[in-house]
Design a protein around this ligand. Structure first.
Ligand code: FES
Length: 158
């Protein structure tokens, strides 16, 4: 159950200004993790902005997510330079290891797998990003070893 008081605080912080909705949603997502229907409904109630308008903004911009994501976001680059250097094989192995398709989150909520466009690191293609960390010169085995390391660190901190 999301802490709706946090939404009150965020909306109140912007109440005296003509802050675009996108900034409010950015802060709300940062606090809540994702923009669920329940959260968007509360934002609509607090801002008096129609829910349809809020939903439209939340689903238009790729920086917003209305689905719960995992603790770590795994982004596999699949643009041409990565593709010709084996990103397809890396992605297949990562999907197999995680047991999810692109766009899905593992059952234990540890990883969400996504595509990314070119990260500007084609010289070390194929490339994968986990949260803010970029990994290059990947092989399928290397990619899985990296993810296993994240999983181990996560269970060590649990
Ligand atoms: S195409 Fe993958 S980093 Fe450029």
């Amino acid at each position: 159950m999301p802490d709706m008081k946090k939404i009150d605080e965020i909306v109140a912080q912007y109440s005296e200004t003509q802050t675009p909705l996108i900034y409010i949603l950015k802060d709300v997502q940062k606090e809540m993790g994702h923009l669920s229907e329940q959260v968007l409904t509360e934002v609509a109630r607090k801002t008096a902005i129609p829910l349809s308008q809020i939903y439209g903004v939340a689903t238009f911009y790729s920086l917003f997510t209305i689905k719960e994501k995992g603790k770590h976001i795994v982004r596999c680059c699949n643009n041409a330079p990565c593709y010709v250097n084996g990103s397809k094989e890396v992605l297949e192995k990562v999907k197999d290891y995680l047991g999810v398709e692109t766009g899905e989150t593992t059952l234990d909520k540890t990883f969400t797998l996504e595509f990314t466009s070119c990260l500007g690191l084609c010289a070390v293609a194929p490339v994968m990003m986990v949260d803010d960390q970029v990994y290059g010169n990947l092989t399928p085995e290397k990619a899985v070893a990296i993810l296993k390391d994240y999983k181990m660190k996560g269970s060590a901190n649990a």
